[in-house]
Write a protein that binds this ligand. Sequence first.
Ligand code: SF4
Length: 407
Amino acid sequence: MARIEANKVLKENLKDYFQSFFPSEGPKPKVAWCTSVGPAELLISLGFQVYYPENHGALLGATRAAEKYIPRANASGYSPEICSYLTSDIGAHQMNETPLKEAYGIPSVPPPDVLIYNTNQCREVQDWFAYYAREFKVPSLGVFSPWKVDELNSEQVGYVARQIEAMIPELEKISGQKFDLDKLKEVVALSRKTSDLWLQFLNSARNRPSPITFFDGCIQMAPAVVLRGTQVAVDYYELLNKEIAEHVSRGEAAVPGEEVRLYWEGMPVWGKLRFFSDLLSGFKANAVASTYCDSWIFTDFDPADPFNSMAKAYTKIFINRSENKKEEVLSAMAQEYQVDGIIYHDAKTCPYNSNSRFGLPQRISDKYGIPHLIFDGDVNDLRCFSEEQTITSVESFVDQIKEAKRG
Ligand code: SF4
């Protein structure tokens, strides 16, 4: 992962982003907390600084601080069975701690003026934000999206678009700024550009050998999540893509001697990114494509039609699709990226992003001849993950693929 030079700029950008919530002079910005696939563009256009609790959840997982905070939230009544982003984030709040203090020198997570969620990904976010609404005594407003959509129709798009528009009067009151349609169009245009550049980065993995891994994607996606709608994200991905194009022209492999190409389905195990990266590369295997990193490709964004296009982009995310649609998307991706197999992460506390529970792996293996492996784990709760078992099953899965390739 250290191979990518642009990482230095990424770190600076993230530092600036987190520190911008606590300016050393001038007025403090109004802060909106938003779910990762919520209507961030509207919030930015109204002058809010947008903070994403899920990004904080991922950070708690990646730094393994989650192990300390999940039991704290469990003790206050939040079950170990529910989203471990939620329990680690709430536990950290209850202990008044955050890795952001040490990493970026800020005093705390930025206190919110308003909380905005979208149920397109899961229903947990509503209760997660309800907790903070009580804690900070600020409003929590939601977009309720149609669930598990197959083909998205115009009625569904209109239903979501009207909910986003309906937030404007309340948000104007909180931000003290008047809504400006032209400003929103500008922000949507920047998000669209960010998304297109992010797609270009991910597409670089179609090369053989691939210049990037799924684990690079997990790191590099931060601007697409927390900085979309800004020029900073656009500039960053332009820089990153330039570097990756150079890697491709020199034929540099992210996994030297790449022999096996895999698709990673589901969330990462945040506390084990390095473990998985080393494990796969040790077998000369690379996870070249994933559902998770693709979640921030929003090709529907259209600045000429901001509300409908946001509604479309945000409702069409993979996690919110029907089983049929998921099968269609996954099998197409497996073919486009020429993968030899699919690894499914069954994340204990995130059933929404675990697609191995309703026969999808078996259907894809049977229909398209793509072998699969399902492993048990979790996004943040490492009590649900066994290194030993995973090493054994990944090793035999990759061996089986290599054997089949040799014919
Ligand atoms: S999608 Fe999963 S990880 Fe994300 S907030 Fe919902 S339950 Fe948590």
